[in-house]
Design a protein around this ligand. Structure first.
Ligand SMILES: Nc1ncnc2c1ncn2[C@@H]1O[C@H](COP(=O)(O)OP(=O)(O)OP(=O)(O)O)[C@@H](O)[C@H]1O
Ligand code: SF4
Ligand SMILES: [Mg+2]
Length: 375
């Protein structure tokens, strides 16, 4: 590879970036116009994940599921984590919540700070005081998240009675208020019913009510709308926005649905093979995506202004996390891959105060690194 070839690859990538950016403008604009948010994002950092590494010991060897993830989240902000299946989204969120089973899992490096508390150093007992109170999590499947043998009222009140000094009557009042907030009609009657007496969309609203009843400062939602049909999904997303505007809760939203992201995220972290390969504001990621993988993801989103356009999957498969590649993990699938990509992992390039990307196309030292790697 010579300087000219590198320059050609950069030019090609630049053209493709512009094309993807233009095609996504309709998507973001359509969603933004619909959303009239009054939420407030402050400068206070609620969550700070620094160089998180998580691996799992299996019969086949060690799976390096999360390989150096770092990001911050501010009060009142929604950060979406997107990426293909198996890229480490759930492992990252479970690690934040202290839900990695150790063994077989191991947090081998890094730390997770919730305000000024280091969650990675906490004992199980200390963590339990934070989980469900200051930090809440919504899991993907609403049916398994609810206990079929307890009424909705009992499940809503449980957290309040366990974690606060509220009386039973006060807990019931709170449960009723939460059911109203999430839009469940006849809350007095509904409180006495069991999960199977609710529809899928209603159950997910109840899961959200349970997650929010202790007024957490941080909500981690792992694919909260995947199991729901599109209309209910839109209602649930609106509910998230309303609740955030009301309570100022910060949200980490995990999804592989870029339509969901376009609707409610403030910033987007794109994960690939256990790393965040690009992070920026919603506009930066949708309009000026820098990483070829992000561009591929955006290309696979059906456009709102075109009818029945087919999804275009990104060709190829992600790398094996038993033996992650030394260089850029996207090399085998990347249309712009250069020799250096395979040998040396790119450093992070800062594109703006809010936008960062790991790709050799952005790094002026590609040539020098290649020379060192070949020696
Ligand atoms: N308990 C475990 N033991 C072994 N490997 C695991 C375990 N949990 C997760 N992994 C591996 O870690 C990697 C990341 O998994 P993770 O569940 O975070 O993916 P994901 O991005 O959430 O995918 P999806 O979109 O399908 O939910 C995968 O390769 C997965 O097989
Ligand atoms: S660093 Fe990765 S994403 Fe960037 S050009 Fe090389 S292979 Fe493609
Ligand atoms: Mg997952």
């Amino acid at each position: 590879m010579n300087e000219q070839q590198l320059e050609n690859a950069r030019e090609l990538a630049k053209e493709r970036r512009a094309e993807v950016g233009r095609s996504q403008q309709a998507v973001v604009t359509a969603h933004t116009q619909k959303t009239k948010r009054k939420k407030v994002i402050t400068d206070d950092i609620i969550l700070s994940v620094d160089n998180l590494h998580v691996s799992f010991k299996t019969y086949g060897g060690n799976v390096h599921a999360v390989r150096g993830v770092s990001f911050d989240l501010r009060k009142g902000e929604t950060l979406a984590i997107v990426g293909e299946s198996g890229c480490g989204k759930s492992v990252t969120s479970n690690a934040i919540m202290g839900l990695i089973p150790q063994p077989p899992g191991r947090i081998s490096d890094g730390k997770v700070m919730f305000k000024d508390v280091n969650l990675t150093n906490m004992t199980k007992k200390e963590l339990r005081k934070v989980q469900g109170v200051d930090i809440s999590m919504i899991f993907q499947d609403p049916m398994t998240a609810l206990n079929p043998t307890l009424t909705i009222g009992e499940q809503l009140m449980e957290g309040v009675l366990t974690h606060t000094k509220a009386s039973k009557a006060e807990a019931k009042e709170k449960a009723l208020a939460m059911l109203r907030l999430v839009g469940i009609p006849n809350p007095q009657e509904r409180l006495k019913q069991y999960p199977h007496q609710f529809s899928g969309g209603m159950r997910q609203r109840i899961v959200i009510a349970i997650a929010l009843i202790c007024e957490p400062e941080l909500l981690i939602a792992d694919e909260p709308t995947t199991a729901l049909d599109v209309t209910i999904q839109a209602q649930i997303l609106e509910l998230f926005e309303e609740i955030q505007a009301k309570t100022g809760v910060s949200i980490v939203l995990i999804t592989h649905d870029l339509g969901v992201v376009a609707k409610i995220a403030d910033r987007i972290a794109v994960m690939y093979a256990g790393k965040i390969i690009e992070l920026g504001t919603k506009r930066e990621i949708f309009y000026t995506p820098q990483h070829p993988y992000t561009q591929g993801l955006l290309n696979s989103v059906p456009r709102l202004d075109l009818i029945a356009e087919e999804l275009q999957p990104i060709e190829g498969t992600p790398p094996d996390l038993f033996a992650p590649p030394k260089g850029c993990a996207f090399t085998a699938r990347c249309p712009f891959a250069m020799e250096v990509c395979e040998h040396v992992h790119p450093d992070t390039t800062i594109k703006s105060a809010t936008h960062r990307v790991d790709c050799w196309l952005q790094d002026k030292r590609a040539q020098a690194f290649l020379a060192t790697a070949q020696k």
